[in-house]
Design a protein around this ligand. Structure first.
Ligand SMILES: Cc1ncc(COP(=O)(O)O)c(C=O)c1O
Length: 320
């Protein structure tokens, strides 16, 4: 996905042209991975553009910063409004939202004290993460030789840029070996998550997913899918899962802001269920897409409309 290189980026409260949104190479984050970030989406719903669970994403951003002792100079309401305003300025109806909090330019050393805590928000158009075929049929994945970060090494609940060194190793190995994606185990050998997605397993129509103690990011889509599944009447168990549960599953699927709900058709070249998207996955996927597109009732208040006054006033806002 190449950036068009146009539009505005929010940097410390100022709107900057895309190509001018630069930081110094001596910034602390460049050398020591001292940044935390978010990935959220704005959907072009049938009632106008709306961000999906933006409040939860902004809360997690500030939670991640707190874990890393970063004093963010903006509160949640200010950052949320900055996202909404930026989407309007950039005239997007649908986009991916990437807020980033990072230690900036002042001095270098492992101890970040003295470096400013800077904030940037960027947006871009990002459609399906995998192909349409993947959404309807499924992915071929492998269990990675890389384990997920251990709980006493780096905090998995913080969405830190540093965690994505581990994610890159998982993803690159999977792709180099001819798979679409990798699944990491935790350091105990139990199921954890994908390089950038949480995982669900269905067996006998009971839905299982690893708990936050299994070195996962506490995903907002994961939380939404647990809620959707329970609304649909499924039993959902958050529990420690051994690797072989993958092979014995009727259905396996990934969830995340980028991948949304994507089925898995094989793990380590072992066919899962019928070798294509299963009925439980399809039902949950359908409900998820119906909600984010505004085609099903937003029973949990997950959509934050850009223009709460309604779609009529949005006619002037068109994608460039
Ligand atoms: C490692 C990891 N796990 C899980 C997820 C899914 O989280 P969410 O649904 O909040 O996007 C992501 C995506 O951000 C991720 O990077």
């Amino acid at each position: 996905m190449a950036f068009p290189g146009t539009g505005k980026i929010w940097m410390n409260g100022t709107l900057v042209d895309w190509m001018d949104a630069r930081i110094h190479v001596a910034s602390h984050v460049v050398h020591y991975g001292s940044g935390v970030f978010e990935g959220a989406r704005c959907y072009d719903t049938s009632n106008g553009p709306a961000c999906f669970r933006l409040d939860a994403h902004m809360r997690r951003l500030l939670d991640s910063a707190k874990i890393y002792r970063m004093d963010v100079p903006y509160d949640q309401a200010t950052l949320t409004q900055a996202v909404i305003d930026l989407i309007k300025v950039n005239r997007f109806r649908a986009c991916y939202i990437r807020p980033l909090v990072y230690r900036g330019y002042s001095q270098l050393g492992v101890n970040p004290d003295g470096c400013p805590v800077d904030v940037a928000i960027m947006l871009w158009e990002w459609g399906a993460y995998f192909t349409k075929d993947a959404i309807e049929v499924g992915l071929n994945v492998k269990v990675s030789t890389w384990a997920r970060i251990a709980p006493n090494t780096m905090p998995g609940m913080a969405k830190s840029v540093a965690n994505y060194a581990n994610s890159q190793l998982i993803k690159m190995e999977a792709v180099a070996d001819g798979y679409d994606e990798g699944i990491a185990l935790d350091t105990q050998g139990n199921l954890s998550e994908g390089s950038g997605q949480n995982i669900f397993i269905v067996r006998d129509r009971v839905i299982h997913t690893p708990p936050v103690g299994s070195s996962i990011l506490s995903g907002i889509t994961r939380d939404s899918v647990v809620t959707i599944a329970r609304d649909l009447g499924f039993e959902v168990r958050e529990q420690v899962l051994p690797r072989e549960m993958l092979y014995l599953a009727d259905e396996v699927f990934f969830v995340g802001t980028a991948v949304e709900v994507t089925p898995i058709k094989s793990v380590d070249k072992i066919q899962i269920g019928s070798g294509r998207r299963g009925p439980v996955t399809e039902q949950i996927q359908q409900r998820f897409f119906d909600i984010v597109r505004g085609d099903a009732p937003d029973a949990h208040g997950w959509l934050q409309y850009l223009d709460p006054a309604g779609p009529a006033t949005l006619r002037a806002v068109t994608r460039r």
